[in-house]
Write a protein that binds this ligand. Structure first.
Ligand code: DAH
Length: 315
């Protein structure tokens, strides 16, 4: 019996023999029922046989279960030498990446980053910027109007006003954010982004403006010393107003930003005395600067959310 148990190979056979031995009609069960008729020695021998057999069954069961598990494991062996499938790694959107660079440069010159609401009121977007109702300059910006009279901000210049109203002067800040105008083609999107600089103190001049812009553009485009061209221009909120062009790849002039000395009316509208304070402002298209830096030619690509484009553009 003991050898039989040791040689059993499957749990089913083991179970069958166990039932035949210890089951209701099992051989051992029958013998145990007759135990009362045995003398002491025979009883002791039967008890010993009973416990020994039970132990043997238990041991054999564990052995078989173990063997089954080992053979299953051997069949499922993992090949740990195989190279894992490549991870899909994310990249920063070129606008985010360029903003980080722009912010880092401007902050190193002491400009503090500000934002403002994209749904603006007329005061911050136009009137306070010396562009009252019926001013012809409002026509330059095709505005989206909301039913309650508010608008979608057409320029980040609105952030200048909010910053001066809340912080007063002296102030050195740059505003960033989305702006909206009714226009759409390869170089215009109805939603685009602008960055705006403002520096007001007692004796800030046009040469401070040009110095900061030159340093900023040189660092952003990694050009030793950018060549700039300053043209007179017109904006209601600056006087004098200029347009700054940059020499690009040695042969072309590119229009980069509008700028100028902040108009006394604008300072007054923000609660600042223009006889004591003066300074400059500048504004440029953040998307446009990123397009130049990364060699892109369609602004709409920024907003398509096409991961293949993001991956292949080599940012
Ligand atoms: N807000 C102007 C625009 O959207 C850009 C601009 C021009 C901003 C001159 C300025 C500035 O701060 O001084 O076209």
């Amino acid at each position: 019996m003991q050898d039989t148990i040791k040689n059993i190979k499957t749990l089913e056979e083991l179970q069958a023999l166990y039932t035949a031995t210890f089951g209701k009609n099992g051989t051992m069960t029958a013998r145990l029922k007759e135990m009362k008729n045995l003398d002491n020695d025979a009883r002791a021998a039967l008890n010993l046989e009973n416990t020994t057999l039970r132990e043997l069954f238990k041991t054999r069961q564990a052995e078989i279960e173990n063997a089954v598990m080992m053979s299953e494991l051997a069949g499922q062996k993992l090949d740990v030498s195989l190279n894992p499938a490549p991870e899909n790694r994310g990249t920063l959107h070129p606008l985010t990446q360029s903003l980080r660079e722009i912010a880092q440069i401007l902050e190193s010159y002491g400009y503090q980053m500000r934002t403002g609401p994209e749904i603006e009121d007329d005061w911050h977007n136009f009137t306070a910027l010396n562009t009252p109702a019926h001013h012809p300059a409002r026509d330059m910006q095709d505005t989206f109007f909301l039913p309650n009279g508010n608008i979608l901000r057409t320029q980040t210049s609105a952030i200048q006003i909010r910053a001066m109203e809340s912080d007063g002067v002296p102030i050195k800040m740059f505003g960033i954010g989305a702006t909206y105008r009714k226009e759409m083609d390869a170089t215009h999107s109805p939603m685009f982004h602008q960055i705006e600089g403002l520096y007001i103190d007692r004796d800030i001049t046009m040469s401070d403006l040009i110095g900061d812009v030159r340093a900023f553009l040189s660092r952003f485009f990694e050009i030793e010393d950018v060549e700039l061209r300053i043209r007179p221009s017109y904006f209601p909120f600056t006087d004098p107003s200029i347009e700054i062009d940059m020499k690009w790849r040695g042969d072309r002039w590119l229009e980069i930003m509008g700028a100028g000395m902040v108009h006394p009316n604008v300072l007054r509208n923000a609660g600042i005395d223009p006889d004591r304070y003066q300074g400059f402002a500048f504004g440029f298209g953040w998307d446009r600067l990123a397009m130049l830096k990364y060699n892109l030619d369609d602004i709409r690509e920024f907003y398509n959310g096409d991961v293949r484009w993001l991956k292949n553009s080599g940012f």
